[in-house]
Design a protein. Structure first.
Length: 81
């Protein structure tokens, strides 16, 4: 019970300060950051976390492309938000 309370507090704090938490910032877009296609519609999400930011992709190829140039797509996301 005590553990659950601590987890709840930690969750509220991370929500108020997303940049300071270990939990990644959720991906804010409905499209793939690499191809601008719709995100993968079924099955397990194709995603990764880079610099505390979650990214989602329409397919594995886009995730691979992201890994080649993560900074480029991080900037693209910041520009899109
Ligand atoms: Zn793709």
């Amino acid at each position: 019970m005590i553990k659950a309370t601590i987890l709840l507090i930690a969750h509220v704090v991370s929500w108020a300060q997303p940049a300071a938490a270990n939990e990644p910032k959720p991906y804010p877009l409905a499209i793939c950051i690499v191809s601008d296609e719709k995100l993968h519609p079924v099955g397990a999400p194709i995603s990764l976390v880079y610099e505390g930011q979650e990214f989602k992709f329409c397919c594995r190829e886009c995730r691979r492309d992201f890994k080649d140039e993560p900074e480029k797509f991080l900037q693209k996301l910041n520009a899109a938000e």
